[in-house]
Design a binder for this molecule. Structure first.
Ligand code: ADP
Length: 686
């Protein structure tokens, strides 16, 4: 039992250690599934406590369904965009960030139409230079204003980033390019527009599950660092000529844009902290074009212009469950930077989380080894609460993302293994105990059944034997006597001169013995039917003499002499005659059998009577047999004790119960002739 428990326990410890190591390996290797699990856990933080801070700095101009309906299909001619930009720029915004890339010239420009259709140009007799290019119109409007255009990174043929953008970046400290998202291709705007604006990378990259969580602030395109759309917007908004990057241990530490400082961690790829309902000022592009807006709406604001019309714009899921247009996501990211609420995940967190996992694993192993299920449960609850409070505290007060998923999983698995094996062990122990108890019970029952069978067998046998032997014993003497007397009568009758007078006493003796036999049977039947016997006043000496006569008549006393020493002074006693004969017969027969056990010439059986000091008749039957050992004396009167091959071991037990029923005693003593003396007492008849 103990070895089983120990084995199960050490097996559990091995499983716990294996689970612990697996979790550690998962933590270090960080496969996709674990990453998704971690990111989903971070989503829960945002869902429970979304970003509450929002700046009033941002205004969105949306090219929405309404605008497309009014102005025609997308992409619009750039003279319309020029008109739109003009309307915005007239209000002197802090910056106009256009979340659109213009990689090709506008083919709807009249000059381009003529260039592409020489026949038409000839027919109309116009030269293409006589007509404006819409790209030029657009560039002219943007020129001299703080305007940012989008750029898209990707993988393709080598295309270098625009020189105007890249020269604005200065790096202090170690090189961090290897830690930035790396691309070898960038989709640029047409030269005309590039010359009059600056650009930032505006493409968004949702994760595999379609949720956008992180946004790179800087990119590495063929070894050149280029800023994101947000960083470039902030640079222009802060009138900064340069983007100053401070690095530490090859990691980005801060981004400085003139007086604006953005402290960074996690390789310049922070997490956007989304608000549930982004409540920015939004206007339709068409309303802006028609002048149906407040004429100070854009003043000193960061205006982000982009397409939100369904079917054209990119929409992405966010951790808080909303489905936002790219424009709104850029607005959220910019908002985070302005309100300093970007979420970060310092790289040191990996080591802290790893150490925390070690702490959990070791703590569980120690508690499991030294304590019981209760302590394991308490540890589980304490660790769960600690992990949850710790991580939510770090999120709420530091806007940092500490990963609770693996610590919680490890805690749960270790708890379940520890408790369930404890439970299984307990169950097995109980089952084993129940099995042993049942087995013991079965064995006990079997033993009892066996004893009962033996007892029933013995009792059944002995009852029959007792009855038959008592009938046989009792009837043996009268029958033997009748046989002897009948033989004697025949011998007399065989003589020539028959004297019938001599036959008469013999016949009387035969009759007497027959009467006695009758009486024996009646007593036995009465005792068997009622369980009671009739007591009467008896002359003990007379009964003894009769018994000796009977025994002698049946040829019993021939080999050994039966002597008597009967006190003439004793009065009558109270007993049942037949039973008294039975007791005497048992004692005399045992004495005779004892004398047969040893060779001796002077064997004798002495029967004596007297009245003892207690006022009772005392009868003694002594023999010259081997006597009794102390052990034999102890068991002698117990039923079924016998040393004889044919014995039943009931003679003395029955005799004692008969004597005791009359109020007397039966016991044994050693005598001075080396044999045994059996004595019994009888009450006097009053
Ligand atoms: P059984 O005669 O059938 O064995 P009893 O109850 O009469 O049954 O006697 C029990 C045992 O007591 C005998 O087997 C014998 O060993 C012992 N015993 C009885 N009487 C004597 C005696 N007079 N001397 C020695 N042993 C005796």
């Amino acid at each position: 039992m103990l070895t089983f428990a120990t084995k199960a326990f050490s097996k559990t410890t091995t499983i716990l250690v294996a689970v612990f190591l697996c979790v550690i390996i998962l933590k270090i290797s960080d496969p996709w599934a674990i990453r998704i699990l971690r990111h989903n856990t971070f989503d829960i933080f945002q869902k429970i406590s979304p970003n509450q801070k929002e700046t009033q700095q941002i205004v969105l101009v949306e090219i929405d369904e309404k605008s497309l309906k009014a102005r025609g299909q997308w992409p619009w001619q750039r003279n319309i965009l020029a008109d739109l930009a003009d309307k915005i720029l007239q209000q002197s915004p802090q910056v106009l960030a256009i979340d659109i890339v213009f990689p090709e010239p506008d083919r709807t420009s009249p000059s381009l139409i003529l260039e592409n259709n020489p026949a038409l140009a000839q027919q109309l007799k116009f030269h293409r230079h006589d007509f404006p290019s819409y790209d030029k119109t657009f560039a002219d409007i943007l020129n001299g204003h703080p305007v940012i255009l989008g750029m898209a990174t990707g993988y393709g043929t080598d295309q270098r980033a625009p020189i105007e953008t890249t020269t604005s970046i200065k790096m202090y400290g170690g090189d961090i390019r290897s830690t930035l998202p790396r691309f070898n291709y960038v989709l640029r705007n047409i030269e005309q527009l590039e010359k009059v604006t600056t650009q930032g990378v505006n493409n968004l990259a949702p994760e595999r599950d379609g949720i956008i969580r992180q946004l790179p602030l800087l990119y590495n395109v063929n070894g050149t660092i280029i800023p994101s759309f947000e960083i470039e917007t902030l640079r222009i908004a802060n009138n900064a000529n340069e983007i100053e990057l401070t690095t530490e241990n090859n990691k980005l530490k801060s981004i400085r844009l003139n007086s604006f400082d953005l402290t960074m961690s996690n390789r310049g790829k922070p997490w956007i902290y989304f608000s549930k309902n982004s409540d920015y000022t939004k206007v339709s592009a068409n309303d802006t074009l028609t002048g149906a807006i407040d004429d100070t709406l854009f003043k000193d604001k960061i205006v982000i212009l982009g397409v939100t019309a369904l079917g054209i714009a990119d929409y992405s899921l966010t951790p808080v469950g909303s489905n936002l247009s790219g424009l709104a996501i850029h607005a959220q990211a910019l908002d985070n930077m302005l309100t300093d609420t970007l979420l970060t995940r310092p790289s040191s967190f990996f080591w802290i989380e790893l150490s925390y996992l070690f702490l959990i694993g070791i703590l569980f192993l120690v508690i499991h080894k030294r304590h019981g299920a209760l302590e394991v449960t308490v540890t589980f609850a304490a660790l769960c609460w600690t992990t949850i409070l710790l991580t939510s505290g770090i999120f709420a007060f530091r806007t940092e993302l500490f990963d609770p998923s693996l610590p919680l999983i490890l805690t749960l698995i270790m708890f379940m293994i520890s408790v369930s094996t404890g439970f299984v062990m307990e169950q097995t122990r109980r089952r084993e105990e129940a099995r042993i108890a049942a087995q013991k019970e079965r064995e006990k029952e079997a033993r009892i059944r066996k004893l009962q069978n033996e007892l029933l067998h013995t009792i059944g046998k002995s009852s029959v034997q007792k009855l038959s032997s008592s009938i046989a014993h009792e009837l043996n003497q009268p029958l033997a006597a009748i046989y002897n007397f009948a033989n004697a009568a025949r011998r007399i009758l065989d003589r020539d001169n028959i004297d019938l007078e001599t036959v008469k006493p013999v016949l009387e003796k035969i009759l007497k013995q027959a009467d006695r036999g009758n009486e024996i049977l009646r007593t036995i039947r009465d005792a068997a039917e009622t369980g009671k016997t009739n007591l009467s006043s008896l002359n003990i000496n007379k009964i003894i003499i009769e018994e000796i006569e009977l025994l002698n008549d049946s040829g019993f006393g021939r080999k050994v002499a039966i002597k008597t020493d009967l006190s003439s002074e004793i009065t009558d006693g109270t007993a049942n005659e037949i039973q008294l004969h039975q007791v005497l017969l048992n004692l005399i027969r045992n004495a005779k059998q004892a004398t047969e056990e040893i060779d001796r010439v002077d064997h004798e059986i002495m029967i004596s009577t007297c009245e003892n000091p207690k006022g009772m008749i005392e009868v003694a039957v002594s023999d010259t047999g081997p006597g009794l050992t102390e052990d034999q004396k102890k068991d002698l009167f117990k039923p079924f004790f016998t040393t004889k091959e044919q014995g039943t071991g009931l003679g003395l037990a029955i005799s004692r119960s008969i004597i005791e029923a009359w109020g007397g005693n039966l016991w044994v003593e050693d005598n001075n002739k080396g044999g045994a003396t059996f004595r019994f007492t009888l009450p006097l008849h009053h």
